[in-house]
Design a protein around this ligand. Structure first.
Ligand code: ATP
Length: 599
């Protein structure tokens, strides 16, 4: 039963390994995009040469015998070829990029949904959403890095080589101050990235705070903490505002410095080459070539710095995304799986036919929460079909932990579970419908109709009606105008605590499982509804494992487990325990009742 803990993190492989795996997910699209973009990036080498040729032809200095119209035709044809390349590359790139991002998001969500249900996420909701949304984007965008880098290097080296062949002295005199300005801009840009990172973190924090407020809105009102919450949001927002303004000012300043290097370069060429131009050594064509290339070579040099940083940023995104995998190998992020972007996704796996329960054996189940001595230790019990097992005990004695341990909802645990004599290797995967269905103490419903919430993907074959009957939801549904179609959730009807519990119970009954697992199911119900609920559950003769303090339920139990400090201190039929256990007598007389909230 023991599994890898979230603390055991696998080392993250180099970013290039991820990139290669992503490229091979849709290699032809990538290749097409890469070829198109390389043509696009390298194209600016041509206008410089052609511009020089054009002016040389006009001045009658051309080394080759071409007419002005030939040069113009080459320029137009080249432009058209570039347009075609860019259209093809953009379509192919969009296809590749969307698939790459979708794949990373799919793999992240797949892993998160497969993790044991009781395992806390290593980040806040806001940070997790940010990772699924933004980091997957940064990872996919890095795909363009490969061909941009290649084209950038070819362009910068090629452009510089052409300039050097025209005039070595002017090239050096012009390039050195330009290189200094670019280096300064690059340095400033490194700082700007740190500021951008701070602004990203500040945004994630504000998103997280808003998420927490929305979830806890009732608690905030009840505790009258509105002002404190607004103050906290204001403080988070103030940090975000400062970070965003700094980010914007820095990037605008860098861009303006960078943009003026073009004029600076052209001015420098004119200054340095004035004498040679007068003597005719440096032609108008040469000037056109310099003016065209200088800026572009500078731009590409600058672009390289950007690409290096993009690469580093994507590495950081990979690390952050790998953290969400919580123990799975980081390369899981880029595992190849179909995305079904065009066709309908395949239907969910059919519900497997399972053997009816003959015996469930739990041996020495132990789960201790990491870093504490709390949890449950060495619990053993046997559950036979059609029986009712009730777990009871004081607040914090380990009842919920025991149920969740049996369901395999904790990543790390010890002990053995045997279903019909067969050892269950992965209870988290095995103890699910149609074998087992569970209603937690504080169930969560989704936005949608009550029918959708009960069915949750099961066929609508009359089971909803049976389930809501068992859950004693009928009288509530009669009060809603649209009955089972009543929308609940953020934009729908707000259900009372008892209605939420019974809707979740109906969802459990609709699974028609061999074993019902219920954690304090009736804690929010009035006495009559509760009694009717238990009567109907027991009437189904389904095997039950339930946490309860209610005397009526304890009396109906075939076996009662009394927990104290995470251990079973008494087990057996209630009548026997009342005779043999002073703790049971005390607990039965003054059970740790949960107050009944108003429905
Ligand atoms: N995630 C957790 N991390 C650390 N300790 C925990 C965690 N969850 C529960 N505990 C502790 O483990 C012990 C058992 O908790 P558990 O929720 O199983 O008790 P319980 O008997 O179900 O309580 P209640 O009657 O309030 O539902 C308690 O001391 C609790 O504080």
């Amino acid at each position: 039963m023991s599994k890898q803990t979230t603390a055991e993190k696998a080392a993250v492989p180099p970013t290039l390994a991820f990139l290669w795996r992503l490229i091979t997910y849709s290699p032809w699209r990538y290749l097409l995009a890469a070829s198109g973009w390389v043509v696009f990036h390298l194209w600016p080498l041509l206008p410089g040469v052609l511009g020089k040729l054009l002016f040389d032809v006009l001045e009658g200095r051309a080394a080759v015998g071409v007419t002005v119209w030939t040069v113009v035709a080459i320029i137009v044809a080249g432009g058209l070829a570039r347009c075609t390349a860019i259209i093809g590359a953009t379509v192919a790139w969009a296809g590749w990029y969307l698939r790459a991002r979708g794949l990373v998001q799919r793999n992240l969500l797949d892993r998160v949904f497969r993790l044991p249900g009781a395992q806390a996420m290593p980040k806040t909701v806001g940070e997790s959403i940010s990772t699924v949304r933004d980091d997957s984007d940064a990872i996919a965008l890095m795909g363009g890095w490969g061909f941009d880098m290649l084209a950038g290097i070819i362009f910068a080296v090629g452009g510089l080589a052409i300039l050097l062949t025209v005039d070595v002295k002017i090239t050096i005199i012009v390039m050195v101050p330009l290189a200094v300005v670019l280096a300064l801009a690059q340095f400033a840009r490194a700082r700007a990235y740190r500021v951008r990172e701070q602004s990203r973190e500040a945004t994630a924090k504000v998103t997280g705070t808003i998420g927490e407020i929305v979830v806890a809105v009732r608690a905030i009102k009840a505790a009258d903490k509105k002002n404190e919450v607004v103050d906290r949001l204001r403080a988070d927002n103030a940090v975000r505002k400062t970070a965003m303004i700094r980010d914007k000012v820095q990037s605008l300043a860098i861009d303006s410095v960078f943009n003026s290097t073009a004029s600076l370069g052209a001015g420098l060429v004119l200054l340095v080459a004035a004498g040679q131009m007068r003597s005719g050594e440096f032609t108008t064509g040469d000037f056109v070539l310099f003016a065209t290339y200088l800026m572009q070579v500078a731009e590409y040099t600058y672009f390289m710095g950007y690409l290096v940083r993009t690469y580093q940023q994507s590495g950081v995104s990979f690390v952050r995304a790998a953290e969400l995998l919580q123990g799975a190998p980081p390369m899981t992020l880029v595992d190849h799986h179909p995305l079904h972007l065009k066709a309908e996704p395949p239907p969910a796996d059919p519900v497997p036919a399972v053997e009816p329960l003959r015996e469930l054996e739990i041996r020495s189940l132990t789960h201790v929460f990491p870093g504490t001595d709390r949890g449950v230790r060495d619990v053993s019990l046997t559950i036979r079909p059609g029986t009712v097992t009730v777990v009871t005990g004081e607040v914090g004695s380990g009842k919920t932990t025991l149920l969740r341990g049996v369901l395999g909802l904790y990543a790390a645990g010890h002990g053995e579970i045997r279903w019909n004599g067969e050892r269950v290797e992965d209870p988290g995967d095995f103890m699910v419908p149609p074998r087992v269905a569970y209603t937690p103490q504080n169930p969560t419903l989704l936005s949608g109709s009550i029918r959708e919430n009960v069915l949750l993907g099961l066929p609508d074959d009359g089971r909803v009606e049976r389930a809501v009957h068992t859950a004693v939801l009928g009288p509530d549904l009669e009060r809603f105008d649209t009955g089972l179609e009543t929308e609940i959730g953020v934009r729908g009807v707000r259900l009372s605590g008892g209605q939420v519990q019974r809707t979740a119970a109906a969802r459990m009954f609709a699974r028609e499982p061999s074993l019902l697992v219920m954690d304090d199911l009736s804690s929010a119900l009035d006495v009559e509804t509760e009694q009717e609920l238990w009567r109907r559950i027991f009437a189904t003769s389904t095997t039950c494992l339930a946490v309860s303090h209610r005397p009526a339920v304890l009396e109906r139990a075939d076996q009662v487990l009394l927990l104290k400090d995470g251990r079973v201190i008494a087990a057996g039929p209630l009548a026997d325990l009342l005779e043999s256990s002073a703790d049971m007598r005390m607990h039965y007389r003054t059970p740790a009742q949960t107050p009944l909230p108003k429905e």
